[in-house]
Design a protein around this ligand. Sequence first.
Ligand SMILES: *Cc1c(COP(=O)(O)O)cnc(C)c1O
Length: 450
Amino acid sequence: MQTKFILPENEMPEAWYNIVADLPSPPAPVLNPGTKQPIGPDDLAPLFPMEIIGQEVSTERYIPIPEEVREAYRLYRPSPLYRAHRLERALDTPAHIYYKYEGVSPAGSHKPNTAIPQAYYNKAEGVKRISTETGAGQWGSAMAMACTFFDLELKVYMVKVSYYQKPYRRSMMELWGATVVPSPSPDTQAGRQVLSDDPDSPGSLGIAISEASEDAATRDDTKYSLGSVLNHVLLHQTIVGQETLKQMELAGEEADVVIGCVGGGSNYAGLAFPFLRRRLVEGAKTRFIAAEPEACPSLTRGEYRYDFGDTAETTPLMKMHTLGHTFMPPDIHAGGLRYHAMAPLICHLHDLGLIEARAYHQTAVFEAAVQFARTEGIIPAPESAHAVRSAIDEALAAKEAGTKKVIVFNLSGHGHFDMSAYDKYFAGELEDFAYPEAAVREAMKAVPVV
Ligand SMILES: *Cc1c(COP(=O)(O)O)cnc(C)c1O
């Protein structure tokens, strides 16, 4: 009865998988907000290095992982795949549950999988300094580690509520050499604008993105870096699913259902896209479920149309499921899932009927997280706990139906910096926010008509 499926280092995948090569129809183009015409590489050049821009628009099926990136990946990759025997027993289910654990990275989540190559490509093109935003701090800490590996300066605009609520995430970033400021900050035009309208603004991911991208666009030595949503970020994460395919082979099983939580969509894409390739190309029957918060349900409730990626309307327009770029999600503890929209590639696959979406209230999510921690030991990040909830529900449905089912989910990170949220859950102080329908309706008025 094997529990861990471990790949040796020499079995680590040598290329990322680009699902665009295998899609039945191409994703909608990214548009310039002024002209409403598709953007070209020149539009992105002030923000990203050329290699990243090339990956953003690539239709090559496989893109080689540079050796310098593989060297850093080997600090924590290949990551383990676990069979959740103890959770299965507790649920008394005929389902087999597997989880890919990305919390083994030094930063504690899947985010270094893209932070490392992004830092590498910037360094290779002579960039000296990077600007980025972070919500709960996972992305900022992954980028801080990657930048110190490749000797780059980093400035992080951290959403103000998290800056004060998660002081240890900030300490981690500073330990790895980054400069961190609470956003909205007085350091950018976008930040000053928000502060003059509302000096007590708690900040949001959309505002922080506006600040970080302005920082990069207005300085010659600086480029911008994003931790989710964009095609190249999802691409880098596919190392997760490619490893998992090999590990499922070691386990001698085929996945029936592949599950992940979705904020911007990167950890789920990373696990799911290599499995989706087998459905698209080889006719596998696998189902795909994306799990999101009821308080910020872009995929289940958002309209599928063009919107900005940030609050200040500085990004290009992308076709996404959106709740409106000015939408301020309720203050749920899964900070990494508080984004108004969703990766265009995930939305396209959802639109094609290949990915299903589910939304959960946070008390149900924490209940699942506690059951998981008490059986499997690992304390999940509140974000990852959405995937745990969904996997448990699938396992209970299999029990009800009396059928065996093989479930694979991404445990995207650990929750060691989220213990105050667990305290609140046990104190009965965790609030379930109903779908904020009126706020979304208001925010949708600011979405441009294309
Ligand atoms: C950031 C984060 C997420 C959400 O981001 P995606 O791009 O949707 O993956 C999920 N889980 C953890 C642990 C995170 O840090």
